[in-house]
Design a protein around this ligand. Sequence first.
Ligand SMILES: [Zn+2]
Length: 218
Amino acid sequence: MLVALLMGTYLLPAYAAPESAANAVIPGEPAQLQSLRVFSTSTMDADTSADRDSFTITKTVPAGAPYSRTDDTFANNPNSPIQWPFLVGAPISSWFGYRDCDGCPTFHKGIDINPGMGTPIQAIADGVVTEVGANDWDYGTYVIITHQIDGQVIGSRYAHMIEGSSPLVVGDVVTVGTLVGQVGSTGISTGAHLHFEILLDGVTPTDPYAWMKAKIGS
Ligand SMILES: [Zn+2]
């Protein structure tokens, strides 16, 4: 039922409008709450404010990043069998590969997307939930979904979600667009974002941005 409600929320034109997408990246901006109302009875509120005062969205693409755009870095097609984790484009603040920053892993196995605290995350394709983590030291609350895409086994990982925001358990069969959870800041994270990985053969990280662009072309 929760998923059905969220899917309905997704279809609201206001949420899909560019103005809302822009507002959604600002922590605490009321516009993003539009997508959260179905959670009004949940206990997530206590978890969502901790990092707001100190968190700053990074708008600058790190040196050496292979892409120049920092906002609306993708355009999701809600009718595609493979979709981005969010229905609208959002800033990407950290790219796949080696990076140099205090407290970060040396090799970044995914990309960080910043649509704002609490934003619903969607499954990128049909698949089966193969891993669910809570309180992981690194990934916090995370889910891995395993897909069969073009004859290959592909894993997608969604990390740092709000604790308790994912309705999924191992073995769940999901379809593209299924709610995975909500953007949070659990695990090693300095602010609300989705850490998103694509795992070839379910194991080996590859550049999620390049992989998604190649698969869906937007
Ligand atoms: Zn990350």
